[in-house]
Ligand binder design. Structure first.
Ligand code: C2E
Ligand code: SIN
Ligand code: SIN
Ligand code: FE
Ligand code: FE
Length: 375
């Protein structure tokens, strides 16, 4: 069954539909899939792939689309490679009569490639950042035409800008994530708390956030930010931070400043990850009944990220050995949380804590302190 070429109304509909979708999307993968779908529908091909350049590994790669898993090829190989290197589109009627065709993929997948079209696309600076490639025309003509070339180029220029901004967003998010993980480690090294303390707090926070009905995006944001809760401890003198015994009231006052210090280090950024981290650092010692520090915030005036991290942090502190305390047995921890429900902690979060205790204990088991390498 052949498909009929589209009229300009159909084409406009497709373009509007997908450019709107792409413009509101922030996940790189999703943008690539929308782009591939748009290309495939516009020129009636069986498959369409968006290739991007990985500068670091000198490879071209695609993500999952149209039944094809991520593929990587060395930069410059295949039709897509030559098209990206030359900056020129390529139209091929029969791939098997062209020496650039790599039939290896067909052999592996049992797919029969015949006609191919490849169109490079550029970012705002005019540099080539990838290429569209469509395979096997589904109309009676059976191969791609100059009109297809025009349409695919159009799709590339519409989508290229969004693609670039999404890639930049991804880059920034990854960078922030890396910096935050590093800073969290700095906090740990100073106090004798182990590397796994912040990892456990991150995982507990995530489980509790999901249990409380936060969206996966919010929960993920908290997971990334919560390792920073004690970053302000970098400014606390060793003699106090690692004092084996009980702190004097003055020493405890000094320790309490780690919340304000952490908050001041991180706030003021417009980056959502750093903003979340600032909230967690500033509010993880606030208490539901208003008796916490630094500000004595009460109830829902404490950000949900702060309330969740408080439960996660104290659970971990009580479970663990500290220079100043032995690990508590589980029954004592449980009665502590029951007592502090509605006092130190948000009652809903304590309920979520008990409802998901097996999952929390599994995390504690997996990330034990004597298994530092465990991920
Ligand atoms: P941390 O060790 O990470 O403890 C976090 C929180 O867990 C504490 O916040 C507290 O709410 C809870 N927690 C930990 N251990 C116990 C405990 O034995 N009993 C009870 N009821 N709760 C406990 P908090 O109290 O605001 O302390 C903040 C930080 O100050 C602690 O972080 C720790 O670094 C330091 N710190 C607190 N007390 C002492 C102490 O007696 N000696 C030393 N060297 N440091 C202390
Ligand atoms: C390529 O551009 O080399 C991949 C497509 C193919 O040759 O089958
Ligand atoms: C604080 O608790 O110190 C300030 C945190 C905030 O206002 O977000
Ligand atoms: Fe703290
Ligand atoms: Fe902590």
């Amino acid at each position: 069954m052949y498909k009929k070429e589209l009229n300009s109304d159909d084409l406009l509909k497709i373009i509007f539909h997908y450019t709107a979708k792409i413009a509101s999307e922030r996940q790189l993968n999703a943008v690539l899939v929308h782009m591939a779908d748009m290309g495939r529908e516009l020129i009636l091909s069986d498959r369409c792939t968006v290739w991007l350049i990985d500068e670091e590994s000198k490879q071209l790669y695609t993500t999952v689309a149209h039944g094809v898993d991520e593929i990587r090829v060395p930069y410059g190989t295949g039709f897509v490679g030559s098209s990206i290197v030359s900056g020129e589109p390529i139209i091929i009627e029969d791939a098997y009569s062209d020496p650039r065709h790599n039939s290896e993929n067909d052999r592996k997948t049992g797919y029969r490639t015949k006609s191919i079209i490849t169109v490079p696309f550029r970012n705002n600076d005019g540099n080539i950042i990838g290429a569209y490639q469509a395979i096997n025309k589904l109309t009676e003509v059976d191969h791609f035409t100059p009109r297809d070339l025009e349409l695919l180029s159009l799709a590339a220029s519409y989508a290229g800008k969004s693609l670039e901004s999404v890639m930049l967003h991804q880059e920034i998010f990854d960078t922030q994530r890396e910096i935050i993980a590093k800073m969290g480690e700095v906090g740990e090294i100073r106090s004798k708390e182990t590397a796994n303390h912040v990892k456990r707090v991150a995982e507990y926070s995530y489980v509790l956030a999901i249990a409380l009905g936060l969206s996966p995006t919010e929960a993920e944001l908290l997971r990334t930010a919560s390792p920073m809760h004690d970053i302000g401890k970098v400014a606390i003198p060793d003699a106090i931070l690692n004092k084996p015994g009980k702190l004097t009231p003055e020493e405890f006052e000094t320790i309490k400043s780690h919340t304000d210090i952490g908050y001041r280090l991180l706030h003021g950024s417009r980056r959502e990850l750093l903003r979340a981290a600032a909230i967690v650092a500033g509010q993880h010692h606030e208490k539901w009944d208003g008796s916490g520090y630094p500000d004595g915030r009460q109830g829902e005036d404490i950000h949900i990220f702060g309330r969740i991290t408080a439960v996660a942090d104290v659970f971990d502190a009580l479970s663990a050995e500290r220079v100043y305390k032995k690990p508590w047995p589980m029954d004592r921890i449980e009665s502590f949380f029951r007592e502090e429900r509605g006092r130190h902690f948000d009652p809903r979060i304590v309920d979520a804590f008990f409802a998901h205790l097996p999952q929390l204990l599994a995390i504690r088991e997996r990330l034990t302190d004597d298994e530092e390498s465990a991920e």
